[in-house]
Design a binder for this molecule. Sequence first.
Ligand code: MG
Length: 267
Amino acid sequence: MAIIRKSPEEVEQMAASGRILARCHQILRAKARPGVTTAELDEAAERYIRSQGATPAFKGYNGFPGSICASPNSMVVHGIPGDYTLARGDVLALDIGVDLDGWIADAAVTLAIGQVSEIAAALLETTRASLFDAVEQVRPGNRLGDVSAAVQRRVEAAGFSIIRSLVGHGVGRAMHEDPQIPNYGTPGTGPLLEEGMVLAIEPMVNAGGPEVRLAPDNWSVYSEDGSLAAHFEHTVAVTADGPRILTPWHLEDGAEAAVAAQSAGGR
Ligand code: MG
């Protein structure tokens, strides 16, 4: 396994890609309302990404037809945008990839469409928190197992299931680079994290059992038992100062520059 390390300049290029991606997530979050189709979200994403001089990295990847993956309710990942119409109470996972000048950023968010059930709200909160627990471990000297274990700890403490057959990955000029990043693991094991590595960390969690199945379209992955699923993802660089989130969808507009400055300046 060869984990490609990026120079500080290359990390900056990935951060530029990531800022477009974060803004795209914010645009879709505002648009995702009952009555809107996932095709409409896909069109809005593609329009915005191209307006920024970038391209949607998923479009055409292994033949994928959409610019985004839109996966409602018991669908975990890789949903093809189409005529599915959002309804109040849905949860919708949106996964977006942006390619800016050959540098790829990858990030996912699961949205609550209006008021959702208590279990859905807990699933989203837990999965999101597990991502940030994992990000906190992205430091030189830590090992990949520390990242994986952080996800597992949070998710299993809440009684939800880690999907073991789907993993995160390194990212850079290629969408999927080494290493694979499972959402379960043992602290202190696995590859050593070093400055310049860039990881797409993506907890994928079922409210019910951990099994998944592939739909006949050969893309959509569903929870086997039909339970709700959630997916959150950030692209994160290992820096001397610790984790640098390159896809800051969780920040309000305008906060991105402050975070970039903070990362660059050290603490
Ligand atoms: Mg990914």
